[in-house]
Design a protein around this ligand. Structure first.
Ligand SMILES: [Zn+2]
Length: 459
């Protein structure tokens, strides 16, 4: 079978692939540093010319910030189109003194490539270029159509990607999207992420007297804003860990029995985790297992709180104001607008007399749930089994990935294949970021298999 020949080719070219990746990793494409803007562009050009070298057409799309690389090869009118998303920008390397080798001088140690961007996302994204190259070299043509969208602003929140997608929706039209910018469930346990939590982020401001007051002269006369804030915050959650906002759980799509069984079968070392966190026990909703609470149940957390005197010694004061930031992680089918309104109504009801309470919405993201019975998702399962030699598990992610919402909304795509080739301990965004050579290799094999698995037979 043709795929076998291609996989052999991939196996025998590993050293060259690694050498090429090392070259890519040498470019310090830190998108947030304006003094490195020329290097960021150099990384975009590197991707563009490498895409051409492997047999794609490619160009840069300019934005107000760093350019987007658009590459494509669409020569199979009867076959589906896969959009491949990646990013060539990286996080700042600081603190540099904690790196065992310089962040932009990649080295190989103990089966890992160490460099900023090795796992997030240069190394993972590069697997697609190498798989495409191997197929074109071995079979002459790709079994499906591919489009690549590689941005340079992921690490700064993709501020210019929305306009690019909106203006070029037709260019990026596809039947499925592949994103490898995350991790497997654990080492040796590849995973497909089919759920992401959403987010509601709000700020509460409580104002009392015009100025800070002497608590001796005015204590007993005015409502203390810090006290008022505490009364409100204390009633956002029930003592058992559930969220106390009326209606909060109304839209929650309950976990199915099979889903709970699958989650329960994943390796989860509770004691290791509590030890790592330095806490005696985990806490949360009583009726759900830790992995369910971490990824598939909604939560509410107070992220910060301020007001009054917190300096050294004593200052007898009734503060004029107090405030807090509160975030809620949402699950399907909760919507941030709806949850924000419930939150605001609840806080208004709780607001005691004598203070002015304001709530502001800061930030939101919809949760994502990818239907697993879609043929594209099943194709990804088989492809990963081929590439890694073991079938993937299905996981949900506790956080949100704004780019997924953006792609889903602007391109109206349902088949979102989130296949992280990295490992949870790759140290992305941290010093000594690394990418396991074996994961790099298995990733390339999986991508090659995926392109064949997505092809319609006989078309
Ligand atoms: Zn990333």
């Amino acid at each position: 079978m043709v795929l076998d020949t291609i996989l052999e080719k991939i196996d025998s070219n590993q050293n060259r692939y690694i050498e090429e990746l090392l070259g890519f990793l040498k470019i310090p494409s830190v998108s947030t540093y304006s003094h490195l803007a020329a290097d960021v562009r150099r990384a975009a050009e590197w991707v563009c010319s490498h895409a051409k070298r492997v047999g794609l057409q490619a160009r840069l799309i300019e934005t107000k910030g760093h350019p987007v690389v658009h590459a494509w090869r669409c020569r199979q009118p009867d076959q589906p189109t896969l959009l491949i998303y990646g990013h060539y920008d990286v996080q700042p390397p600081e603190p540099k003194e904690e790196w065992h080798s310089p962040p932009f001088s990649p080295v190989i140690r103990d089966g890992y490539i160490y460099a900023r961007g090795a796992s997030d996302d240069k190394g993972q994204f590069f697997t697609y270029l190498k798989a495409i190259e191997a197929i074109l070299a071995g079979a002459g043509e790709l079994p499906i159509n591919v489009k690549l969208l590689v941005e340079g602003e992921e690490e700064i929140g993709s501020p210019n990607l929305g306009p690019v997608l909106a203006a070029n929706a037709d260019l990026f039209k596809a039947d499925a999207i592949a994103i490898s910018d995350g991790s497997q469930f654990a080492r040796g346990v590849p995973a497909i992420t089919y759920g992401l939590r959403g987010l509601s982020y709000l700020q509460i401001d409580v104002r009392g007297p015009r100025i800070d007051l002497h608590s001796g002269a005015f204590g007993g006369l005015v409502k203390n804003p810090v006290q008022a804030l505490c009364e409100i915050l204390a009633q956002l959650r029930n003592p058992d860990g559930t969220v106390a906002i009326p209606g909060f759980y109304d839209q929650v799509l309950e976990l199915q029995a099979w889903e709970r069984n699958e989650l329960a079968a994943l390796p989860f070392a509770e004691q290791e985790l509590t030890q790592y966190l330095g806490i005696a026990d985990l806490s949360g909703e009583p009726d759900f297992a830790p992995l369910e609470r971490k990824t598939a149940r909604p939560t509410l957390d107070i992220n910060g709180i301020w007001g009054g005197f917190a300096g050294e010694g004593a200052k007898t004061v009734i503060p004029a104001k107090a405030g807090a930031k509160v975030s809620m992680r949402l699950v399907p089918n909760q919507r941030p607008e709806q949850i924000n309104q419930l939150f605001i109504d609840h806080v208004r009801r709780l607001a005691p007399e004598g203070v002015k309470v304001e709530v502001r919405e800061l930030h939101g993201a919809d949760p994502v749930l990818v239907r697993r019975d879609q043929p594209e998702v099943q194709a990804a399962v088989r492809a990963i089994a081929t590439g890694f030699g073991t079938a993937p598990v299905f996981i949900r992610e506790g956080g949100s990935i704004p780019i997924v919402n953006l792609l889903q909304e602007t391109l109206q795509l349902q088949a979102i294949l989130m296949m992280g080739w990295g490992n949870p301990d790759d140290g992305t965004h941290s010093p000594n970021e690394r990418f396991r050579l074996q994961d790099f290799h298995h990733g390339i094999r999986s991508v090659a298999a995926l392109l064949y698995e997505l092809a319609k037979p006989g078309a």
